[in-house]
Design a binder for this molecule. Sequence first.
Ligand code: SAM
Length: 285
Amino acid sequence: LGALRRAVEDRLGRAGVDTPGLDARLLVQHALGLEREALVTRAANVLTAGKVALVDALAARRAAREPVSRIVGRRGFWSLDLALDPATLDPRPDTETVVEAVLKTVPDRNAALAIIDLGTGTGCILLALLDELPNATGLGIDLAPGAVATATDNAARHGLGERARFAPGDWNADDWDEELPAGRFDLVVSNPPYIPTGDIATLAPEVRRHDPFAALDGGADGLKAYRVLAPRIARLLRPGGVAALEVGAGQAAAVAGLLAAAGLTPDGVFCDLGGIERCVRARAP
Ligand SMILES: C[S@@+](CC[C@H](N)C(=O)[O-])C[C@H]1O[C@@H](n2cnc3c(N)ncnc32)[C@H](O)[C@@H]1O
């Protein structure tokens, strides 16, 4: 077992994986269903050929730069363990900045708030908020039917299915405004696609080959979705309601400007753990 783990680590290192030791451990544990300590206490165990083949198959996928989270089909976000599928973005720790920015503005966590999450993916932002706000209800919208299905399952698995609803929708569609009630939401959250199209080819293979293009592509300058969303968000918010949007590095000022032009008042920019401006918050008059 110990030798197999070291061999996987070497293989991943040669393939250019950033964290070969950690990833080798996680994949061996996942393939063999072992706790972390077992890798130490049973390092001298001899494995069957079948078990070695299981580990090899996962190591080959990681060496081809599929992320560990996609291989194991799960990702931790906030306090939740979420399922992923090919239609969903792999949730990033940076996105927890949006959850924090919203919670900082909620005076009463027991209030019956109505939340909408635009481009919900796995449902990560909405579900983290519902977990923190026990009387809130939420609607998550996504273009991708696979994301809607995965987010629905994630809600059910965390006991949030009664308060979360997910539906397909396209904010570029002409009938978008007819589908959703105006002035009803206390909180609008979104992590829209914001990578400039031309930059996508330069991203790490884990991202460009495995995150859905529709979850990444922000148009020529990365701001295409914000231009469409800003007036739509202003219409959805009730007076005094709050919007919190994730932004890419260097986009905060432009996004705050778009929200202001739509009639909202920007009231804060929040940094991720790397010190990058990651979330713009704004309030409806
Ligand atoms: C950056 S991902 C964010 C996913 C999730 N909220 C998260 O933070 O991990 C953007 C999401 O927006 C969805 N999306 C892209 N264009 C859309 C559109 N026109 N209408 C609705 N959803 C869209 C994508 O399918 C994707 O799930």
